[in-house]
Design a protein around this ligand. Structure first.
Ligand code: MV4
Length: 445
């Protein structure tokens, strides 16, 4: 087992990883920027190394500084958390070259999923259902028109280096294709340094349902059921839950099998997530695979009674997994609490938390790094807490979430708590009647 793990991240996830390391008797090293000197991950780690000034590129994204911090502290592994360097194949390779175990995917696995058109090709070979569209990249507008005629409008063009919605254009009729092609190519080239585009049939008002998987170093994989992430705004998830209110045992079996086939074909090792779009007829299609621990992992942990970070560490250390699949025994909901002004276009609201109270009680979990007196720096993500509840049924989980939200007091900055309180009261949400379009029509009171 590892003796010392360096956590190449900040905020709630750094704290989350430190907690599991402590329970596994593994020493921890925090790294931090000068903006995070007074953060809890720095306080709770056994050692802490300042790696640079506030901008991420000079600190949490600086591969050389992080590797140097691991070397001076004698860390034998690095946990990257989510975001930052978690899906950077160069960093994964750099760790390998320095004899430091990267607790995440290999460079090969990251690269095979990082190029979306290539990933889709691999998935088709594995027999995972994919959305009809171009075979690989589009070579020209003419080819786009030809495929558009074949699959029928609406279609969507996506950047192969994209993900999370950037470089995407929906095209409702052929006349729009040329303009969309040029603007998507320009946007993708500028954002990713890769302007490759591919085309798909556009699925209207789908659900976003993802399957958590785990694979060990010996080729064994299992699935850990789904999370419904349809409640999002501009590609930022707001709330996640499991089981999905749209799920059936048959669909879970099919999606679980497909997700395992996806993991097997790339010999995936570690925990990962296979994202699917699900249409109103319950057809499901591969969208992307995430080769990291995700923000929303706690809802899965609560319903299967499992520590996914511990699982990541065990797998990285070469411990075999049982190989059996896991099914929800409860219902869990996570609300992401962001320091944002919901009445001002979700504008980030950094600053000092003058006073606060965290909810507690049965089935209530708060994953957060904030405390009274903490100042939220303006340089990073605005998520400051995740409130997770679990109960026997979805109805009980919603009631518990309302109760927990009412106890969650944060003063000094605006947060998304009032939005979640309104969501819990929404009839369509309560009935499980929602798609990825839900927030487009949601009127904030
Ligand atoms: C789609 C789609 C409909 N049809 N692809 C958005 C993020 C990127 N990873 C893929 N996305 C979508 N791809 C086809 N063929 C709709 C979306 C989409 C979406 C997907 C998941 C969650 C929220 C979304 C919001 C808008 C669009």
């Amino acid at each position: 087992m590892f003796k010392k793990i360096l956590i190449a991240n900040r905020g709630e996830i750094a704290l989350r990883i430190i907690r599991t390391c402590k329970e596994m008797c593994i020493k921890t090293v925090a790294v931090y920027s000068t903006a995070d000197e007074s953060s809890l991950h720095v306080r709770f780690a056994d050692e802490a190394v300042c790696i640079g000034p506030p901008p991420s590129k000079d600190s949490y994204l600086s591969m050389s500084r992080i590797i140097a911090a691991a070397e001076v502290t004698n860390a034998d592994a690095i946990h990257p958390g989510y975001g930052f360097l978690s899906e950077n194949s160069k960093f994964s390779a750099l760790c390998r070259d320095h004899g430091i175990k990267f607790i995440g995917a290999t460079p090969e696995q990251i690269d095979s999923m990082g190029d979306k058109s290539n990933a889709k090709d691999t998935m088709k070979k594995a027999g995972v259902p994919c959305i009809p569209g171009s075979d690989g990249l589009l070579e020209s507008i003419e080819e786009g028109k030809k495929i558009g005629k074949e699959i029928g409008y609406p279609v969507i063009i996506k950047a192969t280096a994209g993900g999370g919605g950037r470089g995407m254009r929906i095209i409702w009729e052929e006349s729009e294709l040329e303009g969309a092609w040029h603007s998507a190519k320009q946007e993708a080239g500028a954002a990713f340094g890769n302007d490759g585009l591919y085309m798909e049939k556009y699925i209207e008002e789908p659900r976003h349902i993802e399957i958590q998987i785990a694979g060990d170093q010996y080729g064994k994989v299992c699935h850990l059921s789904e999370r419904d992430c349809s409640i999002q705004r501009r590609h930022q998830k707001l709330l996640e839950e499991t089981p999905s209110p749209f799920m059936t045992p048959e669909l879970r079996e099919k999606m679980g099998t497909a997700a395992k086939a996806a993991a097997e074909i790339i010999k995936y090792e570690g925990v990962g997530t296979v994202e699917f779009l699900v249409d109103k007829h319950r057809n499901f299609y591969f969208m992307e695979m995430n080769t990291r621990i995700q923000v929303e992992h706690p809802v899965t942990e609560e319903v299967i009674n499992f520590d996914l970070v511990k699982e990541q560490i065990l797998i990285a250390a070469g411990v075999p997994i049982s190989g059996k699949d896991y099914y929800p025994m409860k219902h869990a909901i996570e609300c992401r609490v962001n320091a944002e002004d919901i009445y001002n276009n979700f504008r980030p609201c950094p600053g000092k938390i003058t006073n606060m109270h965290k909810p507690g009680g049965h089935g209530t979990r708060v994953d957060s790094h904030i405390y009274a007196g903490y100042t939220i720096p303006p340089y990073y993500d605005s998520m400051i807490a995740k409130l997770i509840v679990s109960a026997q049924t979805r109805e009980e989980a919603i009631v518990k979430m309302e109760r927990a939200l009412s106890e969650f007091i944060i003063e000094g900055v605006k947060t998304t708590i009032p939005l979640h309180q309104q969501l819990m009261k929404n009839e369509d949400f309560r009935n499980g009647n929602f798609t990825t379009a839900f927030m487009n029509d949601f009127e904030i009171q």
